[in-house]
Design a binder for this molecule. Structure first.
Ligand SMILES: Cc1cc2nc3c(=O)[nH]c(=O)nc-3n(C[C@H](O)[C@H](O)[C@H](O)COP(=O)(O)OP(=O)(O)OC[C@H]3O[C@@H](n4cnc5c(N)ncnc54)[C@H](O)[C@@H]3O)c2cc1C
Length: 298
């Protein structure tokens, strides 16, 4: 993989970015971070692109692969080919772009699907929404063009062996943090957590990353189990038809008698609301006996 030189931002864009971050209350420390963005880490450890918090790295796109009718896998390359992302499990990155004629940038988070120990690149899996500002921009990117990564966003901090078993529920593009967590648990030889994955999508073609999950089922029998639920399956589809409902979860994710578990949920707003509840209304998971503290939305 070639060594890639860091891209400097045009002065006008930099001014806009700094203004935006200051407005968002995260401007402090940006200059310091920019100075050390590409610095080598302590000897013996690979350099990390994201040190946590503001990052301000502009990374070139290496490739863009169509993985379904509305989703692309985008690979960005790091300035050094031995660099790692430096992100913790389930972290997201805040990306920014400038729509033509607009003063303020569009900022949206994405959860990388490349591993925390992968060197030289960062992969995003991006679903395009109709008229979606950032997803459409990302889908339009051509190899060689760059994207600004403004910050790393820490999400749930997983501790190995916190529970004997966890349930991961994902809908559509919500599979990205779920995939990160599953891979992080299974690739850590010290972590013995069993995983029950429930992945709901619209069509068979939307079952992104299924090959990876198939591999885990073969490699970790009895420890990793995936169930796929398709709302509009094709004829003779091997998958369950329907949505991730209370009834379905009663059979697939019963709360263990000792209660020692956690459920992670990531999906479209309607799915999250029906499972987790909203504004005092309980969701399906609480009705199934899970305490609110046992439910984590990514
Ligand atoms: C922590 C975090 C991590 C994320 N990781 C990923 C990821 O790895 N991959 C990925 O593809 N997305 C991910 N997202 C969603 C992403 O940040 C954007 O919200 C999404 O790409 C839409 O942005 P947009 O600018 O294209 O759409 P917008 O211009 O904001 O919206 C355009 C239209 O799309 C609809 N829309 C937008 N978002 C959704 C949604 N989530 N579900 C249903 N309809 C929607 C809106 O109703 C609106 O009408 C993540 C979100 C969060 C909070």
């Amino acid at each position: 993989m070639p060594l890639v030189k860091p891209q400097l931002l045009p002065r006008t864009r930099m001014k806009t970015v700094l203004t935006t971050l200051a407005m968002g209350g995260i401007g402090l420390g940006v200059i310091t971070v920019m100075r050390r963005s590409y610095s080598q880490a302590a000897s013996g450890t690979p350099p990390a692109v994201f040190a946590g918090g503001p990052a301000f790295v502009s990374l070139p796109l290496e490739s863009s692969e169509v993985v379904s009718h509305d989703t692309k896998r985008l690979r960005f390359i790091f300035p050094q080919n031995d660099a790692v992302s430096g992100l913790s499990l389930t972290s997201a990155v805040l990306t920014m772009s400038w729509p033509k004629g607009k003063w303020l940038p569009v900022a949206r988070p994405y959860t990388p699907i490349s591993g925390t120990d992968d060197t030289g690149f960062l992969d995003l899996l991006v679903k395009q929404y109709p008229n979606g500002k950032q997803s459409t921009h990302l889908h339009s990117l051509q190899p060689g063009q760059t994207l600004l990564f403004a910050a790393a966003i820490k999400r749930y901090q997983w501790q190995p062996n916190s529970f004997p078993q966890v349930t991961l529920i994902a809908g559509g593009a919500g599979i990205t943090p779920v995939c990160q967590l599953a891979r992080g648990i299974l690739r850590n030889p010290q972590d013995k957590t069993a995983i029950n994955l429930i992945f709901g999508v619209n069509s068979d073609e939307d079952l992104l990353l299924k090959e990876e999950f198939d591999g885990y089922e073969r490699e970790f029998p009895g420890r990793f189990k995936a169930t796929y639920v398709v709302s509009h399956p094709k004829k003779a589809s091997p998958f369950r038809k329907g949505y991730i409902t209370e009834e379905l979860l009663r059979g697939l994710a019963p709360r263990p008698a000792n209660g020692n578990t956690k459920v992670f949920v990531c999906g479209p707003p309607a799915m999250e609301t029906s499972l987790v509840g909203k504004r005092g209304k309980t969701g399906a998971l609480e009705r199934l006996g899970y305490y609110r503290s046992q439910i984590q939305v990514f």
